[in-house]
Design a protein around this ligand. Structure first.
Ligand code: ADP
Ligand code: GLC
Length: 484
């Protein structure tokens, strides 16, 4: 089977979060199962810096808009992580400081940028190899599913090709003004509540959810949650209507990148049976954060996160004055919204002996924290899957999480010689604080703590099971489409 992946991120060249990790890792597993994957991603400035002068595969692909045409190139990056990798080059739209936004807000032409990207994926596939199925990710690629059932509906080579849309985060939908309809050359009768319209905006994700042959989310619990108003971000009815075509497939993780036995970014290697190296990693990361004075008995709490409302950072802000009274230190690596960057910087200035913060994106430091911390915080308001808690399990860094989405599905509350972490349910600062206090208490019992760490390290969240579920789904939609 030939699968075309379309996504706005792919590790290591273009990454803001877990979407990049998934797009970078799933193709390798599909390849092991005997399938062929072609992945297309925008050629952002950051990608061009890492991979300049790529060979040109297609010199000019025309992408029409209402008032003009744009012309993109398809660049060939060869085989990467098991997929044939192409980049969509359109410097006017992608040679920018960031992928999606500046600190002052989203790029105003994002509809054009990702509309163009989606259409380029389809056009390029017609020339480079029509797939058996398109697998598109998040709102930035969702228009592939829309175009396939509208603009390209009568295309003889494409009309039997289904699309699967994976929703990595229903909170980001791609909302644009109504005039986007005609700018993207779509008929006005698609700007309706049962199609692309939502609260008088043109909604990319909604369009994808209406037109894709099947929908997936990245954990079973999140697939249920998004059918409710609390988690559906306004699209709960669309998700509920498509419940029969909506499947929660838990993300895997790439243990070639995230494994304390082999990780090249950390100070020492270790295994569940021999944890000595973790002590060295702990010293290393404490030193990196300027915490050299911290004793072996003091628990080290880590956090690596996009600084966004989704991540439950307000809960942490509400308990921090109490938390710092405990024997512990907290290190945070994060980048994102200015408000949270300022908040965390202020907290580290207020409690320099207890709280240290590194603002920015730093992959090596992310690995060092995973390896060197004793505990890892994820108090997310919602979490479609979450990869950091799964990395934490592997690194023996006990996760403290809110029981939502993929956090609920991957962390088991420890008790009676079972379980891998600490969980709390309600979105309440004190429930969160209580979970941390429980962890700090158990940490005092070295034997019990080590057993929790070891149970986490033995968990296997590799891609094998999930990749098979995707293959079954691809087969289902291909058959359905063949008969339609
Ligand atoms: P999300 O995709 O919602 O951000 P995930 O837990 O699925 O959450 O994935 C986050 C990924 O991004 C992980 O690989 C994590 O290490 C990485 N990450 C997040 N913030 C940073 C940062 N500031 N620096 C380096 N890596 C980061
Ligand atoms: C999103 C979600 C995160 C998930 C990731 C990869 O960014 O916020 O929970 O793990 O996508 O699917």
């Amino acid at each position: 089977m030939h699968i075309v992946f379309a996504a706005s991120e792919c590790t290591p060249w273009a990454k803001t979060g877990g979407l990049a990790d998934v797009v970078g890792a799933l193709p390798a597993e599909l390849k092991k199962l005997g399938h062929r994957v072609t992945t297309l991603v925008p050629y952002y400035r950051q990608v061009a810096q890492q991979m300049p002068n790529l060979p040109v595969k297609l010199a000019s692909v025309t992408i029409p808009f209402r008032d003009y045409n744009r012309f993109v190139r398809i660049l060939d990056a060869g085989e990467q992580h098991g997929a044939q990798m192409y980049f969509v080059d359109c410097p006017e739209l992608f040679d920018r400081e960031s992928f999606y936004a500046t600190p002052s807000g989203d790029y105003p032409d994002n509809a054009e940028r990702f509309g163009l990207f989606s259409r380029a994926v389809i056009e390029a596939s017609k020339v480079l190899g029509v797939p058996d199925v398109f697998h598109v990710h998040d709102w930035q690629a969702a228009m592939v599913s829309v175009y396939m059932r509208s603009t390209y509906y009568f295309d003889p080579v494409l009309r039997k090709v289904p699309s699967v849309l994976t929703i990595h985060n229903a909170g980001y939908q791609g909302w644009f003004p109504p005039k986007t309809t005609e700018e993207l050359l779509l008929p006005w009768d698609m700007f309706r509540f049962d199609k692309l319209e939502q609260n008088d905006t043109f909604n990319f994700l909604k369009g994808g959810c209406v037109y894709a042959d099947a929908l997936t989310t990245v954990s079973p619990t999140y697939a249920e949650e998004i059918k409710t108003p609390e988690f559906g971000s306004g699209l709960e009815n669309v998700f509920a209507q498509r419940a029969d075509d909506l499947l929660g497939i838990l993300n895997g993780v790439d243990y070639t990148e995230w494994n304390p036995e082999t990780d090249a970014n950390i100070a020492a290697h270790y295994t569940p049976k021999d944890l000595k190296g973790k002590k060295e990693c702990r010293r290393d990361v404490l030193h990196a954060f300027g915490f050299d004075h911290v004793s072996d008995e003091t628990p080290v709490i880590g956090m690596v996160t996009r600084l966004a409302t989704q991540k439950g950072l307000d809960l942490l802000a509400q308990i921090i004055d109490e938390l710092v009274k405990q024997d512990m230190v907290l290190m945070v690596l994060g980048s994102g919204e200015e408000y949270y960057e300022r908040l965390f910087t202020e907290l580290s200035e207020k409690y320099p002996d207890k709280v240290r913060v590194q603002i920015g994106y730093d992959n090596v430091m992310a690995h060092k924290i995973e390896a060197g911390a004793d505990m890892f915080l994820m108090p997310s308001r919602y979490e479609p899957c979450g990869l950091n808690q799964i990395y934490s399990l592997k690194y023996g860094t006990v996760p403290i999480v809110r029981a939502t989405g993929g956090l609920e599905d991957t962390v088991d509350e420890q008790a009676g010689g079972k379980g891998t972490g600490f969980k709390f349910s309600g979105y309440s600062p004190w429930a969160f604080y209580d979970a941390i206090l429980r962890a700090l208490r158990v940490f005092q019992n070295k034997e019990e703590w080590t057993e929790i760490m070891q149970r986490g390290m033995m968990q296997d969240y590799g891609w094998h099971t999930s990749a098979k579920q995707y293959v079954q789904l691809y087969e289902r939609v291909i058959t359905q489409r063949a008969w339609s």
